[in-house]
Write a protein that binds this ligand. Sequence first.
Ligand SMILES: [Zn+2]
Length: 210
Amino acid sequence: MPRRLSGIRADRGYSYRGLERCAADVREQLRLPPTVAINAMMLFDRLDITAQDGTGQDIPIHGYVIELEDLEGFTKYDRDRQIIEILASAQTYEWLEQDHPRSRYFLAHELGHCLLHTDQLVRLAQMPMAQRAGLHRNGQMAAHEVYRDTEWQANAFASALLMPARGLLALEKRHRGGLCPIKIAAHFRVSVVAASYRLDLYNKRKQQLF
Ligand SMILES: [Zn+2]
């Protein structure tokens, strides 16, 4: 059955465990323990993370602010400079400065595209402008599986990066009354909605996350 997915078919599928591992690698590179909230502003201004293309070549990732009317931002590969750019709107940058949960999710989601869809971003940059559909498809019916959807993958990666399963486990042990979305949202400085989705997944699929 085709499902309503918002991305395109990713080059490879990822399991929840695989995405959790990718996100844990990023935290390790940033020397951020799984229990600590991500400082999105600092991260955006100094992205000390590199993506790797299919040949093992390192591609630096940089964050920039650009004029954008109705988008929070997006990610693209710059062929001339051979870097991946996370482009944030002025509004998104303002949210980053204010430590707004939405900007934290934006950055984590776009980092997911950089790291999981590196080759696809490079290929997109080689296509003529008119043929570029980007990594988003805006609600058309998709014929691929959920775990192969670029948007599903970027969202699952973002959740794992912002609220690592190991961090949730530590939090769970600390709070006698158990976890709730409000506690998770306050601890990792994410929205209550994002925390609810994450907690739901954590409760339902704990074995698949570690
Ligand atoms: Zn996306």
